[in-house]
Design a protein around this ligand. Structure first.
Ligand SMILES: [Zn+2]
Length: 323
């Protein structure tokens, strides 16, 4: 930028009344978003991404075009049940009264997992709104990990975090062993960097728990690289996995080298999830889903810019979020 005093718009902008300045500011955001995402609001982007107008009430794809909304959005009427709706009715952006630009900022911040207070400040939204939006986004990836299938060479390990929500439980007594207060997270990654992370109860898991946590997510006959924990045996037997063991030993180069991938992943997850400790277990699982989803998105940013991919996912998702 050249000397700001020479900017020909400076005097013009400084002399605008407050409401006109607000309009100008909004229009500038719109243009920036149009250049970046090819749209100035959700509806435009949804049309560009070919979102289908599906009836939020009965799920039918058959509609007739109805009138327009006061802000000139196309409305549809369901041929099956007669319900009237618009393109974004069955999405998490249904009835949002905040701008596209505010959401873009919010989602960008969410990809860096910043504290919620920071999103409130930078998006100028209330704490309940910031919390609601996070739940809305999480609701779109609830079953994201269900489809994950690790193959080839697969590393697994467990990591533990103190579950402070347990302190509020009525049945909590100090007699419980220390390990019972630790939430176990089972973490797995394959050679293609597909990742899976799931909360697997309290304390050290049994072979049954490990089996149930991973049985639908590792391909038969894969090579399993792990620390030789006995609890892994049922999984190895039933899925016919080949097993390669490196006993945990921070002085062994062999261990450090072969387990680096899974050890790094565990420590990333631990550092990430610590910020949300105290949450209910179901909520913590949502944070893990988001972590795994983001890893996938970030691993392919050379093919697909991060936020564009997330926006596409959110815009094409079917389903509103109800509290
Ligand atoms: Zn319908």
């Amino acid at each position: 930028m050249s000397n700001t005093n020479k900017n020909p718009y400076k005097d013009f902008v400084f002399n605008l009344p407050e409401n006109e300045f607000k309009n100008l500011d909004e229009a500038i955001s719109m243009r920036k978003n149009f250049e970046k995402y090819g749209a100035t609001d959700f509806e435009e982007l949804a049309i560009k991404l070919k979102r289908e107008p599906i009836c939020p009430k009965c799920g039918s794809k058959f509609y007739v075009k109805h009138s327009h909304t006061p802000n000139s959005k196309q409305r549809y009427q369901c041929k099956e049940c007669g319900h009237r709706y618009n393109l974004m009715s069955n999405s998490i952006f249904n009835s949002t009264n905040k701008s596209f630009d505010t959401w873009i900022t919010y989602l960008t911040l969410m990809t860096f997992n910043v504290p919620l207070e920071m999103t409130e400040e930078l998006c100028d939204i209330s704490h309940p709104t910031a919390m609601l939006w996070r739940k809305k986004v999480f609701s779109t990836i609830n079953d994201y990990q269900d489809r994950i299938n690790l193959r080839g060479t697969v590393w697994i390990d467990e990591t533990y975090i103190f579950d402070s929500s347990i302190l509020h439980d009525n049945d909590f007594t100090s007699k419980r062993g220390l390990s019972k207060n630790q939430l176990c997270i089972v973490v797995a990654i394959d050679i293609f960097e597909n990742t899976y992370a799931v909360i697997c109860g309290h304390g050290k898991p049994t072979k049954k728990r490990i089996y149930n946590a991973l049985k639908d997510h590792i391909e038969d006959n894969a090579l399993l690289i792990h620390d030789g924990e006995k609890a892994h045996n049922e999984l190895i037997e039933k899925l016919h996995l080949r097993s390669e063991v490196y006993k945990a030993d921070s002085k062994s180069n062999d261990y450090l080298l072969h387990m680096a991938l899974i050890n790094n992943l565990c420590s990333w997850i631990k550092r990430y999830i610590y910020r949300f400790v105290g949450m209910r277990k179901e909520n913590l699982q949502s944070y893990l889903n988001w972590f795994v989803y983001l890893l996938r998105v970030k691993n392919s940013t050379n093919k697909w810019p991060k936020l564009e991919r997330i926006l596409r996912h959110l815009i094409l998702n079917e389903g509103t979020f109800t509290k």
